[in-house]
Design a protein around this ligand. Structure first.
Ligand code: DX5
Ligand code: ZN
Length: 223
């Protein structure tokens, strides 16, 4: 699967969001990671479907990867699918009926993702692997940008890679939290193919240089 760099707009300049998203795409980003926080599921508050729609109206045509850190999820799934999302992911703890929510995403023509916080066990996948297009392994606790990568996530990523390979399905393996130029190679080597990076990209002086360096590190992991 082609590796994707997914800048998280959580670290973008929200007063200039359209320009920021255009700039990272021009710099080589593949998809846009859109963090939704509700001050309930996580102790922070961000943006909703109206902002997703605004990016579409601004002319952004790249895939938008919505990461829900909010509860409940079903109403948000409907709203984000109408607002132009392509991927919608949620945490299993945030839905009373996880299988139903995953299917609701697919019924609304989006790719369905399930997110695993550091303490969330992969056992959820035993009964859901056929209903998933993307698995998101969190390498920090959800809620804030700029946190440090939790090293034990590497083992979880490689275990997830085995589960995906054994399933025979085309499922993306995304990693979110503390991804930097200096650690992206080992994250890729553990089996990830989709790399969320917020502060590493938006806090850098040169988006193009940062994204190119990340891509080179990912390539090096394959050699
Ligand atoms: C954290 C969010 C992440 C965050 C990553 O809850 O889900 O997407 O923006 O930020 P960095 O890359 O700065 O760790
Ligand atoms: Zn995220």
């Amino acid at each position: 699967m082609k590796p994707f760099i997914a800048p998280s707009i959580l670290s973008a300049d929200f007063a200039n969001l359209g320009q920021e998203v255009s700039a990272v795409l021009k710099a080589g980003a593949d998809i846009i990671h859109f963090d939704v926080m509700d001050n309930r599921f996580v102790p922070n508050l961000t943006i909703g479907p109206m902002v997703c729609q605004s990016l579409r109206d601004y002319g952004i045509s790249a895939p938008i990867d919505v990461h829900l850190m909010a509860e409940p999820v079903d109403n948000l799934i409907l709203d984000f699918s109408k607002a132009g999302a392509n991927y919608i992911s949620f945490h299993p703890e945030a839905s009373k009926h996880v299988h139903r929510s995953l299917n609701l995403i697919r019924e609304n023509n989006c790719k369905a993702g399930l997110v695993f916080s550091p303490a969330t066990p992969l056992t959820w996948l035993e009964h859901l692997i056929d209903d998933i297009d993307l698995i998101l392994i969190m390498s920090v606790n959800p809620g804030f940008g700029g946190q440090s990568f939790i090293e034990s996530s590497l083992k979880k990523i490689s275990t997830t890679r085995e589960i995906i390979d054994n399933s025979g399905h085309d499922i993306r393996l995304e990693v979110d939290g503390g991804v930097k130029i200096k650690n992206i190679q080992k994250i890729a080597a553990a089996g990830a193919d989709t790399f969320v990076a917020g502060s590493a990209i938006f806090n850098s002086d040169d988006y193009e240089k940062t994204i190119s360096a990340m891509k080179a590190e990912i390539k090096a992991a394959k050699n």
